[in-house]
Ligand binder design. Structure first.
Ligand SMILES: Cc1cc2nc3c(=O)[nH]c(=O)nc-3n(C[C@H](O)[C@H](O)[C@H](O)COP(=O)(O)OP(=O)(O)OC[C@H]3O[C@@H](n4cnc5c(N)ncnc54)[C@H](O)[C@@H]3O)c2cc1C
Length: 488
């Protein structure tokens, strides 16, 4: 990571700890705009990436151009993900217009190819302001652009309430992280929203943008070379309005009983269902915490929620930021990889094919109930996710295949997948604290049963129903994709 001073407009900002220079290039003379390139922070308001771009634009007397593009070739591109992303993008554009900003989109597709568009847009920019994301495409693409751009690239953390830089480097345990994170939270709940001063960018562009508010997104998505076997999730509608409705539902129906109901997968109102909207930045953690802070829910419920949204989610963001490849098996605790390797040759009576697993058609009813939430909704309840991940260790031929399978299913099917919480939680299921005795297949890695759901009132019936839900017949590859998750 380069150590370059930020320009005063960013260095003097209250939110400066969110920003880091990603290359050694300076702000270019003669740029026509400040380019704000969004990938995953898809909201117009209280978006620190946009706010940083506005501050820089105002200091340089240049307008801001917000750009968001979607390609067909990112891993696991599907109707489900494209629809969710483009619905968020449509509302992002409307919100930007309301703030006096120009926001343009490109959907890359046959007949509408725009090779190297970010680089071409950057060529006319004084500087680039991008997201600081620790996983998946948003990380890989920023790394590439920062290496090649001739202008300054500033990366801004929009995913966390407390910017990871505030915590400082080198903390290896969650309790140490919480000791610094908890006292810092209050300062970050109040936001500075930057008001645009410079007129919206109205100059030339090197491409013809897609107007997401006028094109039929479903028709466009249907014509793309992406995975059409994974349909849109009816349970998680795309866009800002759906996200706001979920947030209102959290405050009204979920939060008043959260501490007790959150672990009960059979309860409709037990959990918030906010994770897809948080993953794609349609909602930011600050507005969620403000809504929680303003609610009448009891302190134990608000505290429990903050522990999940801030104590766990932001811990995994912090962890991922320090890892070269948070999605790789070598992040799992060394003792756990050793004990799992010691048992790799054990008989595996619970082995299942990738196809049976992916389609939720294994011999394990409870596991199928979990997997069918992913297939049908693009989301799974937290309590089920723990059982689901642990069982994959027994259902696959060796620990590496287990890791690749868990990451692949989660990343492909879940709207909130490909996230620091994906790999951090799966790593915790493959490691965590060592169990008290050595077991076949798992060694010292703790196992987990389905009792936390099955033993509830009506738990058996709920699992049986959930395991037989109709689900889409997705295409399944012959082998699980491994390179992304295993190669060093
Ligand atoms: C094996 C496994 C895989 C997981 N994969 C993902 C994933 O791909 N993406 C993802 O966002 N979460 C993941 N989680 C964490 C958690 O299960 C989901 O965030 C949660 O179930 C989402 O539902 P919700 O929004 O209703 O959560 P709520 O219970 O309402 O929690 C509120 C918010 O807190 C955060 N949160 C809650 N639990 C956790 C947790 N354990 N770790 C980190 N953040 C948490 C989420 O942002 C969530 O939206 C995983 C957990 C496990 C055990």
């Amino acid at each position: 990571m380069v150590s370059v001073a930020l320009p005063p407009a960013l260095a003097d900002w209250r939110e400066a700890p969110r920003v880091r220079a990603r290359n050694a290039s300076g702000v270019a003379d003669g740029g026509r705009y400040v380019l704000c390139w969004l990938q995953q922070a898809l909201r117009a308001d209280d978006n620190p990436v946009i706010d940083a771009a506005i501050r820089l634009g105002n200091a340089l007397a240049l307008p801001v151009l917000v750009y968001h593009g979607v390609r067909e070739d990112y891993p696991y591109a599907s109707d489900r993900l494209h629809h969710f992303i483009l619905g968020a993008g449509r509302d992002l554009a409307a919100g930007c217009r309301a703030r006096g900003l120009t926001c343009v989109h490109h959907i890359d597709r046959a007949g509408h190819r725009e090779k190297g568009l970010v680089h071409r847009l950057a060529a006319d920019a004084a500087a680039l302001v991008v997201e600081d994301q620790p996983t998946f495409v948003a990380r890989w693409q920023v790394d590439r652009v920062a290496d090649r751009a001739a202008v300054a690239v500033y990366a801004v953390n929009a995913a966390c309430l407390v910017p990871p830089a505030v915590i400082g480097d080198g903390i290896s345990g969650r309790s140490g992280f919480l000791r610094r994170h908890e006292p810092a939270r209050g300062d970050w709940v109040d936001a500075d929203v930057e008001k645009p001063m410079v007129a919206p960018y109205a100059g030339d562009l090197p491409f013809a943008p897609d107007r997401l508010d006028t094109i039929d997104l479903d028709t466009v998505v249907a014509g793309l070379a992406i995975d059409h076997s994974l349909p849109v999730s009816a349970a998680f509608p795309a866009g800002r309005m759906a996200a706001e409705e979920r947030l209102a539902r959290l405050v009204r129906d979920v939060l008043p009983g959260y501490a007790a109901a959150r672990n009960d997968a059979t309860r409709r109102e037990g959990a918030s269902g906010l994770s897809p909207y948080l993953h794609f930045g349609v909602l930011g953690p600050r507005e969620v915490m403000r809504a929680v802070g303003d609610s009448d829910a009891g302190a134990k419920h608000r505290t429990k929620f903050a522990d999940e949204l801030l104590g766990w989610r932001e811990w995994f963001h912090y962890q991922a930021r320090a890892l070269a490849a948070p999605e790789r098996y070598d992040r799992v605790a060394a003792w756990a990889r050793t004990t799992l390797a010691d048992h790799a040759g054990d008989p595996r009576p619970d082995l299942e094919s990738l196809s049976a697993m992916a389609r939720g058609e294994t011999r394990d009813e409870s596991w199928n109930a979990c997997q069918r939430q992913f297939l049908r909704f693009g989301w799974m309840h937290n309590n089920l996710r723990m059982y689901w991940a642990k069982r994959i260790i027994a259902m696959t031929p060796d620990p590496e295949t287990a890791w690749a399978t868990a990451c692949y299913l989660n990343d492909r099917l879940s709207l909130d997948g490909r996230d620091p919480a994906t790999y951090g939680n799966i790593a915790a299921m493959f490691g965590g604290s060592p169990g008290d005795r050595e077991r076949p297949v798992y060694g010292r890695v703790a196992t987990r049963g389905d009792g936390s759901t099955r033993h509830r009132d009506g738990g058996d019936a709920w699992l049986a129903r959930a395991a037989s839900r109709p689900v889409p017949a997705i295409d399944v590859p012959a082998d699980v994709p491994r390179d992304r998750y295993l190669m060093s």
